[in-house]
Write a protein that binds this ligand. Structure first.
Ligand code: HEC
Length: 445
């Protein structure tokens, strides 16, 4: 019997499961990037406190530390676990691919993470309780552990875009999977962003200290302005390098929305540069309300579109350029003894080979044709397109408006032939094409 390794479909109407992933991921990134950025910043501040005998900096570190402990660490841990849940539901084979390639990398990352979590408590608690030098060493190890978590996870999420080396497919080795051509630009892009975030959050903290110590508050706001500006430059620089290391399909998707993305990035870069310059030149003007609003802006206008773009550019894949978003393996990966599933689907049909398709829909008949078409749309398209007329996630209604069955079929043939390289080259037997086209046409998009 020909069966492909599928899981039950997690179908999320209107928004699509990728949105749920995106929302959880974006919040997680804000929290995790802030905490790693703060760890680097703490190393810098602890060094200054030790070298220049600036014990007054400790009060800032303490307040900042408490803040990230409560917000970044709690939110980061909850959403981190949340990502596992959502990814397992939305993309079981994507997450499975990552586990099968990187289980030891992840195990190592968790060791670093445990150190990081204990570290943040220790760094905050021991301020002023142990000698400066020991505290400095503690802060350094905390920073190293934090950056370590980033360095390890980056290889994994870069692999989602592209293993980056052809060798991986034959060797199946974790290091060939980990060190692709976009791993390092991606890593430094995020390091830059983390440094910037540590400054942006840092201004929330420094501006809240104005009542107690105005001079220190202003000095630190100015410093955070410099830190953010530096982080921003690093981010932009590596973003450009990163864009040059992406696979072809990523550019195909990027080109569709290029102008609006670039416009959005330029506006953001100008807005934030002005904000950072203001912090440097007139630190007094930065108050807690403004500083907090900028955090919200970076979350909604910076991170959310950025993560959405990264998700889009991976299309049609979800991981390693061999697992399509709709959970089908597109090619052989001999190094992992994985067989591509496209030929068997083209021959037997998706309904036949997916073990979770109900018995009464396995064979298309005149009676079940509509139901079968609906299920095919969910299996083949819903991972990337909302099917509902009111759907918001790359909705099919905008892409199939006013088309009849025959023209939809023509599109399905083109997709199947690999003519649109941002969509899975999923070929179906004629009866499935027919049922799917008929169902989509009946929606009267
Ligand atoms: C892996 C994700 C993915 C899957 C699965 C997918 N699509 Fe797409 N589709 C895209 C992307 C990305 C675009 C291009 C960007 C856009 O239109 O927003 C697109 C565009 C389209 C377009 C517009 C074509 C164009 O280039 O103007 C149509 C029509 C379409 N998809 C139909 C479908 C149908 C029908 C299915 C199911 C058989 C499907 N798609 C499955 C990702 C996907």
């Amino acid at each position: 019997m020909d069966i492909i390794g599928q899981f039950p479909l997690f179908y999320f109407p209107e928004y699509g499961s990728a949105w749920i992933m995106g929302v959880t991921g974006t919040i997680h990134i804000l929290a995790s990037h802030t905490s790693v950025g703060a760890a680097m910043l703490f190393a810098f501040l602890a060094y200054k406190a030790y070298k220049e005998n600036r014990t007054d900096l400790y009060s800032y570190m303490k307040r900042y530390g408490m803040f990230i402990l409560i917000f970044a660490y709690v939110i980061g841990s909850i959403t981190g676990t949340g990502i596992w849940y959502t990814a397992t539901a939305a993309s079981p084979r994507g997450i499975s691919a990552l586990i099968h390639n990187f289980v030891w990398v992840w195990a190592t990352e968790w060791v670093f993470f445990v150190y990081e979590v204990i570290g943040v408590f220790a760094v905050v608690y021991f301020i002023d309780k142990i000698d400066k030098k020991t505290h400095l060493k503690l802060t350094f190890t905390f920073a190293i552990a934090s950056v370590g978590t980033l360095a390890l996870i980056i290889g994994i999420i870069s692999f989602m875009m592209w293993p980056g080396t052809e060798a991986y497919y034959t060797t199946g080795s974790a290091s060939d999977a980990f060190f692709g051509i976009n791993t390092f630009p991606h890593m430094f892009l995020r390091v830059g962003f983390m440094i910037m975030m540590s400054g942006i959050i840092g201004m929330v903290i420094s501006s809240s200290m104005r009542k107690e110590n105005e001079a220190l508050s202003n000095e630190l706001t100015r410093k955070m302005g410099f830190v953010s500006l530096l982080g921003g430059f690093i981010t932009l620089f590596f973003f450009m390098w990163y864009m040059g290391t992406l696979p072809e399909n990523a550019h195909a998707v990027f080109n569709v929305t290029k102008e609006s993305i670039i416009q959005n990035r330029i506006i953001l870069a100008i807005l934030f540069s002005l904000y950072f310059l203001l912090a440097i030149v007139r630190p007094k003007t930065i108050n807690t309300v403004l500083a907090s609003s900028m955090v919200v802006i970076i979350l909604i206008a910076g991170l959310w579109p950025g993560e959405k773009l990264r998700e889009s550019m991976r299309k049609p894949y979800v991981a390693g350029q061999y697992i399509y978003s709709n959970q089908i393996v597109s090619r052989d990966v001999p190094g992992k003894r994985i067989k591509g599933e496209l030929p068997v689907i083209a021959e037997k049909g998706l309904l036949q080979v997916n073990p979770f398709v109900p018995e009464n829909l396995k064979v298309i008949t005149a009676e079940n044709k509509h139901e079968a078409g609906k299920l095919l749309a969910r299996l083949a398209c819903s991972n990337c397109h909302s099917l509902e007329k009111t759907g918001v996630y790359r909705p099919l209604k905008e892409r199939l408006t006013g088309m009849d069955k025959e023209s939809i079929k023509a599109i399905l043939y083109a997709i199947g032939a690999g003519g649109m390289n941002y969509m899975p080259a999923l070929q179906l037997p004629e009866d499935e094409y027919d049922a799917l086209a008929e169902y989509l046409a009946s929606q009267k998009y």
